[in-house]
Design a protein around this ligand. Structure first.
Ligand SMILES: [Zn+2]
Length: 101
């Protein structure tokens, strides 16, 4: 399977509120990780799952880590575009900052 042109999903913990309207958007995506339809959850070193047919699991997921800096974005239910930059420590997503609202 080729993952060309794909992306990853990002799950901030705790959830991030929109900086403009306080809606809580879901479906954060980003293209600065492995881009293999992986689901990255804050506080975890490796992806928690893969959203794909014949999804990788277990040791295969453990081959992936996030870079030191990565970006993820979404649009809230009221149309506000949100872009965040995340930071890892020892490969674990530990925090993030808002780059624009
Ligand atoms: Zn909003």
């Amino acid at each position: 399977m080729s993952y060309l042109g794909m992306f990853d999903w990002y799950e901030p913990v705790p959830l991030i509120k929109c900086v403009s309207c306080e809606a809580v958007p879901a479906d954060w995506q980003g293209k600065t990780g492995p881009n293999a339809l992986l689901v990255w959850r804050q506080g975890h070193r490796h992806p928690v799952r893969q959203c794909a047919d014949d999804a990788l699991a277990g040791a295969d997921l453990a081959r992936f880590v996030l870079p030191e800096r990565f970006r993820f974005y979404t649009t809230c239910e009221n149309g506000h575009e949100l872009l965040f930059e995340g930071r890892t420590s020892d490969g674990v997503w530990i925090d993030h900052v808002c780059l624009m609202a």
